[in-house]
Design a protein around this ligand. Structure first.
Ligand SMILES: Nc1ncnc2c1ncn2[C@@H]1O[C@H](COP(=O)(O)OP(=O)(O)OP(=O)(O)O)[C@@H](O)[C@H]1O
Ligand SMILES: [Mg+2]
Length: 631
C-alpha cells in the first residue's frame, strides 16, 4: 500500500473515533463503559497492565516497558506496585509528585517519554478513551458537573466516585451558555497529544529569576479584561499553563530540583491535595500524574536542607538505578546504535558484550563475602551459572548493597566512545579491542571521574580485555573445526560409550571391524585430564556421569552435550588441545604456504557465514588470536 493511501486510512480511522454529544448522552456511555470515567492515575496503571504482565520466578515483568527499557525490572516493579497501583486505587500517594531519582543517562527521561507516548496511543483505544467538557481549555472531567449533594446518589447508581470541583470557567459557562442545564452541556471524546497540548505537558526550568509560575498555571489575558469587565472573570484568564494542559493525563517536570526554592514551594503548594490555584480563582481540581526527575546529588542536597522538609513530604521518591546485567546492557547499546546514524557500521561479535562487561563492573560494588569476586558477581547477576553458587547467593549479594547501581559509567558515555572510535577508524568495522582502547582513552579526559575511580576503571578494562581474549580464542578454535557442534557431539558420544563399558565391566564393539575391545582408557583419560580429574578420581567421575544419564532417562530427557557442565568443558578443551598447534601456526605465520592459506580462507569464510563477522573483523580476529597463542 502506498503511503498516501495509508494516510487517508489513518485519517478515516481517526474520524471514526470522534464523538460528541450532550452530558445526558455521555452518561449512557458511562453506564456502558464505566472505565471512561477513571482517574488519570488509574488510566496510566491500566495502560501498563493492559500491555501484559509476565511473571517469571515470582518477579513481574511489564511488557509495556520491556521494548525499550532493559534490566530495570526490579525498579519498575517497585514503581508500579508502590506508586501506580495504589495511586490508581485513589490512595493518597497520587497526590504527591512522583520523583524519579537516578544516575545520569539511566533511562529516567526514556521512562517518562514512554508513559507520555503510551498514554497518547492509549487514548485512541476503547479501554483508554477519555471524554471532556467540550471547549474547556483544561479538558475538564464532565462528571464534575454533578453537584456535590448528588454525588452519593450518583455513586449508588453508577458505582463511580466523583472527586473535584467544577472549575470556575465551566461554572460560569454552565450558567451563561447552558442556562444551568447540566444535561445539555456538550461533551466530546479527546485524544491526548503533547503537540496539541492535550493531556500531556512538560515543564523544564529556565533561568530561576525569570521563571514564572504562570508557565504552570496560566495567566490573565489582558486583551479581554475590557470585554469581560474584571480580572476575576474566568473568561479573562488563559488556562494555558502546563498544569492546565496536562489535566487528565501526565505532566513531566524535568530537572525539578534545579528550580528555585521559592518556585518549588509555590509549585508544591499548588499541587497539594490534587488542587492547584490559578489567578484569583478558587482551587482548581487537577487530575493528573505529575512526574519529575532528578539525580542523586541534587536530591541529597535538597533533603539535606532542613527548609525543604515540608516539601519532601509532598514528594514520593522512586529510585531508577542503572541496569546491572551484562546482557541487558548489550541490548541497550544495540538499541542506541540502531537509533543513531552509525547504525550501518559493522560491529564485530562480542564487541558490545565486552564493553558492557566493563560498564557493569564499574557499577557493581565489591562483594562483602570473601568467597566471591567481582567478575563472578557480574556473571551471577546476569543469570549465568557459576559453579558453587545459586539463586539464594544472588539474593544475598543484592541485599549487601540496596543502593547498588547509583554510580558507575553511563550508557551514553559508552556510545559516545564507540562513535568516536568508528569515526577514527578508516574502515566501517570495529571490534572489541577498538572499543576498549577508546574507552580507556576516554577515561583520561572524563571530567567527573576521580583519580581513584580512574585506577579502578583501568583495571576493569584489563579484566574485560582478559575476558575478551578467552572469547576470541574459543571463537577461532571453534571456527577451525569443520562443524564444531558435530565434532563435540561425536567425541562426547564416543566418550560415553567407553564410560558405560568401563563401569559395566563390558567390552566395546569397534564400529568398523565389529571386533570386541576393552574400553579406550587413553581416550577417556585424555578428556578427563583436561579438567584435572586425577587417576584416583576417575572412577567416581565416570560413575557420576552414568548416574546422571540414567536420571535423565528416567525423566524421559536426553542426556546431551549440554547436560553436564564440566564434561562439556572437558570435551571443548580436548578438541581445542588437539587443534592448538595448527591454529597457532596457521594464524601467526607471516608467509603462509598454500595449505595454510587455504585453511585461513576456510576459517575466515566460516567466521563470516556462521559467526557474524565481516572480512575485516574476521581477519583482525585471526591475527589477534595468533598473537595471543604465541605469547
Ligand atoms: N535501562 C535502560 N534501558 C534502555 N535504554 C536505556 C537504559 N538506560 C539508559 N538507556 C538509554 O540511554 C540513553 C539516556 O537515557 P535517558 O535520557 O532516558 O536518561 P536520563 O536518566 O533521563 O538521563 P539524564 O539524567 O542525563 O537526563 C537513552 O538513549 C536511553 O534509551
Ligand atoms: Mg533525562
Amino acid at each position: 500500500m502506498d503511503i498516501l493511501k495509508k494516510i487517508q486510512k489513518y485519517r478515516e480511522e481517526e474520524q471514526k473515533l470522534k464523538w460528541e454529544g450532550t452530558f445526558a448522552e455521555y452518561l449512557e456511555i458511562v453506564k456502558e463503559k464505566p472505565w471512561v470515567a477513571q482517574s488519570a492515575h488509574s488510566r496510566v496503571y491500566n495502560m501498563i497492565k493492559d500491555a501484559g504482565v509476565e511473571e517469571i520466578d515470582g518477579k513481574k515483568k511489564y511488557n509495556f516497558f520491556s521494548g525499550q527499557l532493559f534490566g530495570l525490572e526490579e525498579a519498575l516493579e517497585r514503581l508500579v506496585e508502590e506508586y501506580f497501583h495504589p495511586a490508581a486505587k485513589r490512595l493518597d500517594v497520587r497526590k504527591r509528585i512522583l520523583l524519579l531519582m537516578g544516575p545520569v543517562s539511566g533511562g529516567k527521561s526514556t521512562l517518562v517519554t514512554m508513559l507520555k507516548r503510551g498514554l497518547e496511543a492509549y487514548s485512541y483505544t476503547d479501554r483508554g478513551a477519555v471524554y471532556a467538557i467540550k471547549g474547556c481549555p483544561m479538558h475538564e472531567d464532565p462528571l464534575h458537573l454533578i453537584p456535590h449533594n448528588l454525588r452519593d446518589e450518583f455513586y449508588k447508581e453508577y458505582g463511580i466516585r466523583i472527586e473535584g470541583n467544577l472549575s470556575p470557567l465551566n461554572m460560569m459557562r454552565l450558567e451563561k451558555e447552558y442556562g444551568g442545564r447540566i444535561e445539555d452541556v456538550m461533551v466530546e471524546r479527546i485524544f491526548f497529544s503533547e503537540d496539541k497540548r492535550v493531556g500531556i505537558g512538560t515543564f523544564s526550568p529556565s533561568d530561576p529569576k525569570s521563571q514564572d509560575i504562570a508557565d504552570l498555571t496560566g495567566s490573565i489575558d489582558f486583551s479581554t479584561i475590557a470585554q469581560y469587565g474584571s480580572e476575576s472573570d474566568p473568561r479573562a484568564y488563559r488556562f494555558d499553563g502546563e498544569l492546565n494542559k496536562a489535566n487528565r493525563g501526565i505532566m513531566e517536570f524535568q530537572e525539578m530540583l534545579k528550580c528555585d526554592e521559592k518556585f518549588l514551594w509555590h509549585l508544591l503548594s499548588l499541587t497539594q491535595e490534587g488542587n492547584f490555584k490559578a489567578g484569583r480563582f478558587a482551587l482548581i481540581s487537577a487530575d493528573e500524574l505529575i512526574v519529575a526527575h532528578t539525580n542523586e546529588t541534587e536530591y541529597r542536597s535538597f533533603i539535606a536542607n532542613k527548609k525543604n522538609e515540608a516539601l519532601h513530604s509532598r514528594i514520593i521518591v522512586m529510585p531508577i538505578p542503572y541496569n546491572l546485567k551484562v546482557s541487558e546492557e548489550e541490548r541497550i547499546y544495540e538499541k542506541m546504535i540502531r537509533e543513531s546514524d552509525v547504525a550501518d557500521v559493522h560491529i564485530a561479535p562480542h564487541t558490545l558484550r565486552v564493553a558492557a562487561m566493563f560498564t557493569i563492573l564499574t557499577r557493581l560494588k565489591e562483594p562483602k563475602r570473601g568467597d566471591i569476586d567481582l567478575v563472578k558477581k557480574m556473571r551471577l547477576y546476569d543469570g549465568e551459572l557459576v559453579e558453587g553458587f545459586n539463586e539464594v547467593d544472588v539474593e544475598e549479594l543484592k541485599k549487601e548493597y540496596p543502593d547498588e547501581g547509583m554510580s558507575g559509567i553511563d550508557p551514553r558515555y559508552v556510545i559516545n566512545r564507540i562513535s568516536s572510535c568508528i569515526i577514527r577508524k578508516e574502515v566501517p568495522s570495529i571490534n572489541a579491542l577498538d572499543v576498549l582502547r577508546a574507552l580507556k582513552e576516554g577515561l583520561e579526559h572524563h571530567p567527573s571521574i576521580s583519580k581513584e575511580d580512574r585506577e579502578r576503571y583501568l583495571n576493569f578494562i584489563s579484566i574485560a580485555r582478559k575476558e575478551y581474549d578467552e572469547i576470541a580464542k574459543r571463537e577461532v578454535q571453534k571456527a577451525f573445526v569443520y562443524s564444531y557442534e558435530e565434532s563435540a557431539k561425536t567425541l562426547m558420544d564416543n566418550y560415553l560409550d567407553n564410560v558405560e563399558a568401563y563401569c559395566n565391566k563390558a567390552k566395546i564393539r569397534d564400529p568398523l571391524t565389529g571386533e570386541e575391545m576393552n574400553p579406550d582408557e587413553k581416550l577417556m583419560r585424555s578428556i578427563e585430564e583436561q579438567i584435572g580429574i586425577s587417576e584416583n578420581a576417575k572412577k567416581a567421575f565416570r560413575e557420576e556421569i552414568l548416574i546422571r544419564i540414567s536420571a535423565y532417562a528416567r525423566k524421559g530427557q536426553r542426556f546431551d552435550y549440554n547436560s553436564h557442565e564440566r564434561l562439556r568443558e572437558a570435551i571443548q578443551k580436548k578438541l581445542f588441545a588437539d587443534l592448538k598447534d595448527i591454529v597457532k601456526i596457521t594464524t601467526s605465520t607471516k608467509t603462509p604456504d598454500e595449505q595454510q592459506l587455504k585453511k585461513i580462507n576456510e576459517v575466515v569464510a566460516r567466521l563470516i557465514d556462521e559467526y557474524g563477522y565481516n572480512s575485516t573483523s574476521a581477519n583482525e580476529l585471526l591475527r589477534y588470536v595468533g598473537s595471543l597463542l604465541n605469547r
